[in-house]
Design a protein around this ligand. Sequence first.
Ligand code: ATP
Length: 215
Amino acid sequence: MKQFVVVGLGRFGSSVARTLAENDYNVLAIDSNEEKVQEIAKEVTHAVEADATDEEALRTLGVRNFDVAVVSIGDNIHANILSTLILKELGVPYVVVKAQNALHGKVLSKVGADRIVYPERDMGVRIAHNLISSNVLDYIEFAPDYSIVEIVSTPNMVGKSLAQLDLRSKFGVNVMAIKRGKDLNITPGANDRFLESDVLVVMGKNDDLDKLKNF
Ligand code: ATP
């Protein structure tokens, strides 16, 4: 089973650490602030007060034996970058880092970060999409220009089957799943008919998805 180390226990880091622990993964949580360490100590496998920019401290904690590190030091960009560099140099195979902005992200990829996340920016994009289109419930950027969206069935869809609607050739999108109340159909068939309030989980190019939203 994968072992995780989470560095920086602000709102983002502690939420990552708690969720991993709730899913029964081994988590070493590190923060330089004793209070942050105490707050999470009972919920994760190990919680340690340490400075993540101190190479010797990280070596002693045996971070090289972990599969994944999540660096979620926020305001102190210098500490965030230095800690990422040390974790990579000590041999952590996969390091995910929270970045403040695109330039910070560029530096992080130069020092070896395997994945860079921008939680505030991404959440802002998701919320904005949700606000712009009343029938879009959720939105995930999947790749540049491609997304997965949750759309409430439009009046033009109600009573029709996937075969009749032919969304693949009309819009170039793929219906991955249909939610109906608490039921989730992850293998929608050609003859499944849409009801009012069905939610379609659709993957496609952003331009094509925009057309589908207004269909
Ligand atoms: P969030 O938005 O996730 O709440 P943030 O982006 O505001 O957090 P900070 O509060 O600046 O981020 O940092 C997150 C945590 O990282 C803090 O608990 C802080 O104590 C810890 N931290 C900062 N520098 C270091 C360091 N050198 N070593 C270990 N932990 C650190």
